[in-house]
Design a binder for this molecule. Structure first.
Ligand code: SF4
Length: 442
């Protein structure tokens, strides 16, 4: 029986790297300089870690078919050097944010004649990097490949393996978080036992030009049935005492009927859980929010992106008008649902003034969390073609969503890093933020 080791490889950094964010390309949360970025980097690094969902599902599918399937999170080859003879196949969890570190480890395995295969959206979009280093590459969803094919299809000669269909996400076995995670460690949203969970895949919105999610998951939404999602919630809650679920859908609640059905099942079960979603403000109304709140919604992540409607229009960002945005934020606050608002600095048409306006707008909205990152033309996305001749970053790992990666017409690298630091420091070092979210809460 083949023995398999899944390798989730990270470069060493003083800040958190998540391979599950940005559609599975990953991000490196280097929030800038100063007191607040320093504290946030420290907090996230130790309190919020999980492998990307595609890797967790690949692990659970392989576990159903093979006796020895191990999963290791490592920083370098030395950590596994003594045990590589114990395994026949190595599955590499690819990402842009740790790309060069992954490639150097693949080269070490290839030198020792080990069979490797890279999985994930980044190696799907840049297969030549992984092929040239000595790994085969699954082009498409690894879950679809491993649920039908055998690992013995992977040979020592690197090749592209195309998967022509998408997985039926209702057929996925639950991720084995009890093996992959310290269940008490994810404390992003309070001191609860937490696991990530999947409800839907895919996003149809127009910002697909620069966003990785539709690239990876498609523009057609696939849904797990509400009863299938609930079965997983019930399993984790009853078996492991999990109290909080972080939905990793790019746009939760995209189908109102589906969302209400899920809420109704949770409410009628009398199971008391909490959950966090990422969605679009346009999709939230009072009726749906009441339902979500009763089912256990405690936190919503929403993309505000930029204060300037023209800039969002230029980038074909699927958005809502500012007054509607403000009303929805007020509604969420009224319902006592926490809000994490996401902002992007350095859109191609941004300038110093528009960035200052975005930071002021964030302060005006005064949500519990604000996340600022830097606009990035990711390789593989449609917008990359417009910027491919002006890329300034020297490594793929530099595409971490927290630094400028191309020659911007109005802003320099240092200006944007300074604005990033300023945004975090100005946002969180405010009396009204502290009164609302530190003192009132405690
Ligand atoms: S709404 Fe836009 S930014 Fe959000 S996942 Fe969909 S395409 Fe990406």
């Amino acid at each position: 029986m083949p023995k398999i080791l899944i390798l989730d490889i990270y470069r060493e950094t003083p800040y958190r790297i998540s391979k599950d964010t940005s559609g599975g390309y990953g991000t490196g949360n280097d929030f800038g300089e100063g007191l607040i970025p320093y504290l946030l980097k420290k907090r996230l690094k130790y309190l919020s870690d999980w492998p990307p969902l595609f890797a967790a599902y690949t692990h659970s599918i392989l576990k159903e078919n093979y006796e020895t399937v191990d999963f290791k999170k490592i920083n370098n080859f030395k950590e596994i050097e003594d045990e590589i003879e114990n395994y026949d196949y190595f599955v590499i969890v690819s990402s842009i944010v740790c790309c060069e570190t992954e490639l150097s480890l693949i080269k070490e395995l290839f030198k020792r004649k080990k069979k490797c295969v890279a999985i994930g959206p980044f190696s799907t979009n840049k297969p030549e990097l992984y092929l040239n280093s000595g790994a085969s590459v699954i082009i498409g969803e690894p879950e679809a490949f491993f649920s039908k094919e055998k690992i013995s299809d992977i040979s020592l000669s690197p090749k592209k393996i195309s998967v022509n269909s998408q997985i039926d996400i209702n057929s996925l076995p639950f991720p084995k978080w009890n093996i992959l995670l310290n269940l008490g460690k994810i404390k992003l949203y309070g001191n609860y036992k937490t696991v990530p969970i999947l409800g839907t895949r895919g996003c149809p919105y127009s910002c697909f030009r620069y966003c990785v999610y539709p690239l990876q998951q498609g523009r057609v939404v696939r849904q797990r049935t509400p009863s299938n999602i609930f079965k997983e919630i019930e399993y984790w809650h009853k078996t492991f005492g999990v109290e909080l679920f972080i939905f990793r859908d790019p746009v939760f609640s995209i189908n109102k009927k589906h969302t209400k059905e899920l809420c109704d099942i949770i409410i009628s079960s009398n199971i008391k859980i909490k959950f966090v979603i990422e969605t679009h403000l346009r999709l939230l109304d009072e009726d749906l929010l009441n339902n979500l709140k009763n089912a256990g919604l405690v936190f919503v992540k929403v993309g505000i992106e930029n204060a300037d409607e023209d800039i969002l229009y230029n980038e074909k960002r699927f958005s809502v008008k500012k007054d509607e945005q403000l009303n929805k934020i007020l509604l969420l606050k009224k319902k006592k649902i926490g809000i994490s608002a996401m902002y992007i600095l350095g859109f191609p048409t941004d300038n110093e003034d528009s960035i200052k306006r975005t930071i002021s707008y964030a302060i005006k909205l005064n949500t519990e969390f604000a996340q600022f990152s830097i606009w990035t033309p990711y390789p593989g996305t449609p917008v990359f073609n417009d910027f491919k001749n002006s890329i300034t970053v020297k490594t793929y790992e530099g595409f971490d969503q927290y630094r400028l990666t191309f020659k911007h017409k109005n802003l320099t690298y240092d200006q944007l890093r300074n604005f990033l630091s300023l945004a975090y420091n100005n946002y969180y070092l405010r009396v009204s933020w502290m009164i609302n979210y530190v003192f009132k809460k405690n």
